[in-house]
Design a protein around this ligand. Structure first.
Ligand code: SAH
Length: 257
């Protein structure tokens, strides 16, 4: 009988191939079939064996993305044929990557599935600015939140989040938030998060063409428009961002010395 195949959901990290885990690299090198998301750097896909079948399932070239159900069926079929399937996803597979849904589907279908963590883009984004996500004085915790509601669903309660973030001193890391930034800004302000709260928008974190802007909650939309920032980007809101200028100055001094 044919050996049963398996599926490994692998986090490709934010983009820089050097941010891959050794476990991720090992899984990619052992793959016979790879299903690759849009946000995965081609340099990472290039670690796959030349004989491996690579299937892109993202929204490349403005096409509609491959329907989720089709991707799930494809993985089950390939695993049943004995393939060693790697499902490569940007960042971490379990942070807004629909990894949870895929794992449930595979388990229901009786397919063995492993998950390899990746560095999530929200984490890499702030680190690239030289500041932490938590800080003993400025931030007691972090909230990873989506700015993109499921069609027909209400999405996050921004007003409630604003109060909690203010009172509990939490950093808010908003994924998929750039196109809905106006609403997020308005709701957070209405919920009581001060307009002077520092905000960073980081586009293509960890990649050579990374760009960012530091602003305040009151000026968020204005800044995104003026700087022409767009997807993929994370919006980081909270007092830890206030130290970005200090970190940049220290870095500049260090380089000049
Ligand atoms: N699983 C991914 C997130 C997928 S949702 C992770 O853990 O990072 C897609 C969103 O992730 C994008 O809309 C954007 O908000 C964010 N994102 C992914 N890669 C990014 C990058 N290199 N720089 C900034 N944001 C990124």
């Amino acid at each position: 009988m044919m050996e049963p195949g398996k599926v490994t959901l692998v986090g490709a990290g934010p983009g820089d191939p050097e941010l891959l885990t050794l476990k991720a690299l090992k899984a990619i090198r052992a793959a016979t079939v790879l299903l690759v998301d849009d946000l995965v750097n081609p340099e990472i896909v290039a670690f796959a064996p030349p004989t491996a079948r690579v299937i892109h399932v993202g929204k490349r070239g403005g096409c509609k993305s491959t329907p989720q159900a089709f991707i799930e069926r494809l993985m089950v079929m390939a695993a049943r044929e004995g393939e060693n399937v790697v499902r490569l996803k940007g960042g971490d597979p379990f942070i807004f990557g629909r990894g949870g849904e895929e794992v449930e589907h595979l388990r229901r279908s009786g397919i063995h599935v492993d998950v390899v963590n990746g560095i999530t883009s929200g984490l890499a984004a702030v680190t690239s600015l030289g500041v932490p996500l938590t800080h003993r004085e400025h931030a007691h915790g972090v909230v990873f939140v989506t700015g993109h509601a499921h069609p027909g669903a209400a999405g996050p309660d921004w007003r409630a989040l604003a109060g909690t973030a203010r009172d509990a001193k939490l950093t808010l890391v908003v994924y998929m938030g750039v196109s809905g930034a106006t609403r997020i800004q308005d709701e957070l302000l209405a919920g009581g998060l001060p307009a002077v709260t520092p905000v960073a928008v980081v586009q293509r974190a960890s990649l050579p063409d990374q760009r960012h802007a530091v602003t305040t909650l009151g000026r968020l939309t204005e800044t995104i428009e003026r700087e022409g920032l767009g997807s993929p980007a994370v919006i980081v809101i909270g007092d830890v961002i206030g130290a970005v200028a200090v970190a940049a100055q220290a870095e500049a001094k260090f380089r000049a010395a």
